[in-house]
Write a protein that binds this ligand. Sequence first.
Ligand code: ADP
Ligand code: 5GP
Length: 188
Amino acid sequence: MQKRLLIISAPSGAGKTTIAGRLMSAFPQLAFSVSATTRSRRPGEVDGKHYYFLTHDEFKQRIAAGDLVEYEEIYGNYYGTLRSEIQASLDAGRTLIFDVDVKGALSLKQQFPDQCLLVFIAPPSLEVLQARLAGRKTEDEAQLARRMERAREEMDYRSRFDIVVVNDDLERAVEELVGALGAKLAAE
Ligand code: ADP
Ligand code: 5GP
């Protein structure tokens, strides 16, 4: 069966955002599932496009109202998938791409087992991951250390994903993934 929910997970810095962007160019039917978060906005990020940026109180209200399909506390902030985001797309017959952590991916799969295709982007090594994260310059030393600690845990989840791609060379990894997804994604 062709899938309508493409879930991309990876340790922070493995190239998930970069690869998700490339997949959206390769598959024009993909719309990005905008998550809610309490973390502060990075330069260039747009509210409602990259995330819905909420305060802690707003996020807690959305949890209480049952508006979130899944959520996690990551690096001291909340991140979660809005029910409205998924439902509107499935109702309209659209195909969505998600950027969520490994637990969020497994939770979505549990709730939408027939619709989810789970992709894990792995770094070539933890050393390379650290270098890429440092090169991105969006985290300070303490945040970087926390992301590396979490990356080690996240790598243990890779066997539970449908497709695992090592992001060594970006062009090669994108080509491999586009090839693997072609027949599996709903066309429109
Ligand atoms: P994530 O969304 O998983 O946190 P990003 O897509 O932001 O990761 O990538 C982290 C950094 O690594 C970025 O600066 C990006 O340009 C770089 N990057 C991504 N893929 C590769 C690759 N194959 N080789 C070298 N650098 C890469
Ligand atoms: P970042 O702060 O780098 O944008 O994201 C940090 C982590 O939160 C990443 O692993 C990202 O995939 C994850 N994330 C983003 N949105 C969601 C979401 O809606 N649910 C879950 N579970 N994780 C998310």
